[in-house]
Design a protein. Sequence first.
Length: 347
Amino acid sequence: MIVPMHKYTFLVFHADYHPFLKGLREVGVVDVVKRTKVLSEEAAERLLLQRQVTEIIKQLRRRKIEPGTEKPPFESGADVLNRFRDLQAEIESLNQQINSLNKEIAVTEPWGDYDPTILHNLRKAGLHIHFYTVAPRRFNPEWANQYKIGVVNETPALIYFILVTEPGEELPEISAELVKGPEKPLSQLYQRREELNARLDAINSELDTMAATCIPLLEDFARRLSSEMEYEIVVSNTLSEADDKLKILEGFAPVEAAKEVEKFCNDHEIFFLRTDPSPEERVPILLRNGNFARLFEPISRLFSLPKYTELDLTPFFAPFFMMFFGFCLGDAGYGLVVLLGATLYKK
């Protein structure tokens, strides 16, 4: 059945309005009339923040870490959110550095590791080191006799070699590609990559700790943001009269909750009007059915909730769905009997 509703109009002095809203939220049985579909800036900010917190909770749960008994290393969900953002930004930066480093290593590896002091001493002596690559079929062995050439590495695709020239000596014209030499020793690049990966491991370990201890903090934070967003929505749907001195708020509450709502208003000296909803108004729908029929309420919500003046069809779903599944199970049962009979007959 559809729970009958009363419509309330609250008239509140502006100085008492925010305490009134907080008290009304604690009563928790009034659905405020939405006058605008556009969220206020404050409500939109809280909605965005709530979605971010919800996404962080999902990411932490995907780590599949068992909840721990130790105390969370943070005081609040906001602290967890800020730390998570910092770690995610650092992870992104580290991944970019590692990708760039992997490319540099791929270019440097064919040249092997070297001692930077050797190249420094050669350059100090006036010698110039040039790096070349060439396809094996185009490499001329006579170059080694004609020029100061040293082959560094040979692969099926390329031959890597260096050519040394003295001061004033021009580069020879050879059929090979002059390339940029490695800027850092390979061992240094490997070490740097290990450091970055170690930092990534440390961050993942911290995220695992968050997943084990901080999800309840984030869930509480998300609920608080949702409550604050609803509060801002209520504020943005409030009418103001008499030069903003009088605040007018409309809402609906179940008839059975009338005593609780009106007691709150009388205790706080809030003027209110109670009326029955008109057929043209969009009244919030609250379903209340027996234990058995309540099982079928998700089906009602799946199609569409009835209007306030319409009939709740939820109790009628029960017999028809029972018959439907009964027919399905009956067909399956007959099929199982036929299958068993055919199997026994075949044997």
